[in-house]
Design a binder for this molecule. Structure first.
Ligand code: FES
Ligand code: FES
Length: 214
């Protein structure tokens, strides 16, 4: 009868250099590495670099200077909605697809989810809050009302701002120009026919040469 041979255990390291000591060594090493990186991160940023914490900025919104503190990573839509409680522009896709966040910056329609608030200092920002409210609404807002150009309303503030800016630049548009000029705004409720009619109506009552928030 053959006797079963016991499995051999791994020999103890002769050098005294064990797995435990290896791990301890790596731990100390990475700790030193981490400390070095931490020191680097805590060092004063190069000139001209701000953040990552909140920094004071001033935005020119609807003709008024507005001061706020934001981290440099904050987009304009978030600064408007969460820092300034200006909730007209909507954050829907948050990736330059739908136009619900449209505001006008220096005379151009801009998706406010695509720009950093800190980068639009010194620029003229127009938002839906700057347009006259009832009973004397801006011609575009009035035309939306008259033509039933909204349902849930989520796309509406962005659409109104895009339409206003479009008419500022195209005071006498054709139907085809309206269709193509507003191609950057989506309406999930499908109010496009009403919106196009609204733009054509507003074109008749808008002051020629563009409006400044009203
Ligand atoms: S939320 Fe900015 S484009 Fe959709
Ligand atoms: S009215 Fe609902 S998304 Fe346009």
């Amino acid at each position: 009868m053959s006797s079963r041979k016991e499995p051999e255990l791994p020999a103890k390291p002769k050098s005294g250099f064990s797995r435990r000591s290896l791990l301890q060594g790596v731990g100390i090493g990475s700790g030193m590495l981490g400390t070095g990186l931490l020191e680097q991160a805590q060092a004063a940023p190069p000139a001209g670099v701000v953040g990552p914490g909140p920094v004071p900025i001033t935005l020119n919104i609807n003709g008024k200077p507005v001061k706020l503190n934001v981290e440099p990573r904050v987009t304009l839509i978030d600064a408007l909605r969460y820092n300034l409680d200006m909730t007209g522009a909507k954050r829907v896709c948050d990736r330059a697809t739908c136009g619900a966040c449209t505001v006008i910056i220096n005379g151009k329609s801009v998706y406010s989810c695509t720009v950093f608030a800190i980068d639009v200092q010194g620029k003229n920002i127009e938002t839906i809050e700057g347009l006259p409210a009832p009973p004397n609404m801006h011609p575009v807002s009035q035309a939306f009302w008259d033509n039933d150009a909204q349902q849930c309303g989520y796309c509406t503030p962005g659409f109104v701002m895009a339409c206003k800016n479009f008419l500022d630049h195209h005071p006498n548009p054709t139907e085809d120009q309206v269709k193509h000029g507003l191609g950057g705004n989506l309406c999930r409720c499908g109010t496009y026919m009403g919106v196009r009619k609204a733009v054509l109506q507003a074109a008749k009552s808008m002051p020629k040469g563009g409006t400044k928030n009203g």
